[in-house]
Design a protein around this ligand. Structure first.
Ligand code: PEP
Length: 242
């Protein structure tokens, strides 16, 4: 199987319109890969379309249509040219009380509407200290991916909650061990041997060389550093090569 790596940029709620335009001027003629996926705020999605990179949406509702003011459905996103959705980000779980049940519904609806899914999973610091990482990941992955039948449209991002936005990154050995745990789990639970697993949490231009040495890594999910065009371009160059 071809060893395709991915670089995902989660721009979160960063940037206003003028910043977005400046940002796009800096990146658009420099990214020639569909293994880069950018997740802007939804209202800016149209600005990002029709480039070589793919465009994702940071969240969707789990219904196709209905009286859900403020929400966006997977089919609406798809109709705009969005190809991918982030589901289960720890910020959604934490600040919007998203349970594994909700995450599972979003995963299933997104896949059935033709979006590919990046499922974010990860343990908190407290869970890590109690040596519960594997247990938490198993709970999240078995619940969140329940009833999925096509894993070719799913990637998993391992994002330890304690590493997001903290400038603290696990040791390579730890990342490698956990990625392998996730790959083995998906194979064992769902019979799918080729799941792609990304690492996310404080990835930046300084640590990307080190992180890239993790042997079983299929790519990275970059938050804050993806909002800095130069850093993000550097990360892409290191992960995907020129
Ligand atoms: C994220 O939000 O998914 C993330 C990885 O953020 P950061 O890179 O800022 O830690």
């Amino acid at each position: 199987m071809v060893d395709r790596k991915y670089v995902v940029g989660n721009l979160k709620m960063a940037m206003k319109k003028d910043d977005v335009i400046q940002y796009l001027k800096r990146i658009n003629d420099k990214i020639y890969s569909n293994q880069v996926i950018l997740f802007p705020s939804s209202i800016y999605i149209p600005y990002f379309l029709n480039q070589y990179y793919k465009v994702g949406i940071q969240d969707v509702h789990f219904e196709s249509i209905g009286p859900y003011t403020g929400e966006i459905s997977p089919s609406q996103a798809k109709s705009m040219g969005v190809s991918c959705v982030l589901v289960g980000h720890s910020e959604r779980r934490r600040y919007f009380q998203e349970t594994d049940g909700v995450v599972n519904k979003k995963v299933l609806k997104s896949l059935s509407e033709g979006l590919s899914v990046i499922l974010c999973v990860g343990e908190t610091k407290e869970e890590k200290d109690l040596l519960k990482t594997d247990r938490i990941l198993k709970k999240q992955i078995t619940y969140d991916l329940r009833d999925v039948d096509d894993f070719r449209q799913v990637m998993i991002a391992y994002e330890p909650v304690w590493a997001i936005g903290t400038k603290v990154v696990p040791k390579n050995q730890e990342i490698q061990k956990t990625i392998q745990y996730i790959k083995d789990l998906v194979k064992q639970e769902y019979g799918y041997p080729d799941i792609k697993v990304l690492y996310g949490g404080s990835v930046d231009a300084k640590n990307i060389d080190t992180i890239c040495q993790v042997r079983n890594l299929d790519g990275v999910l970059v938050g804050n550093s993806s909002t800095d065009a130069e850093q993000f371009l550097h990360i892409i160059e290191v992960v995907l090569g020129k």
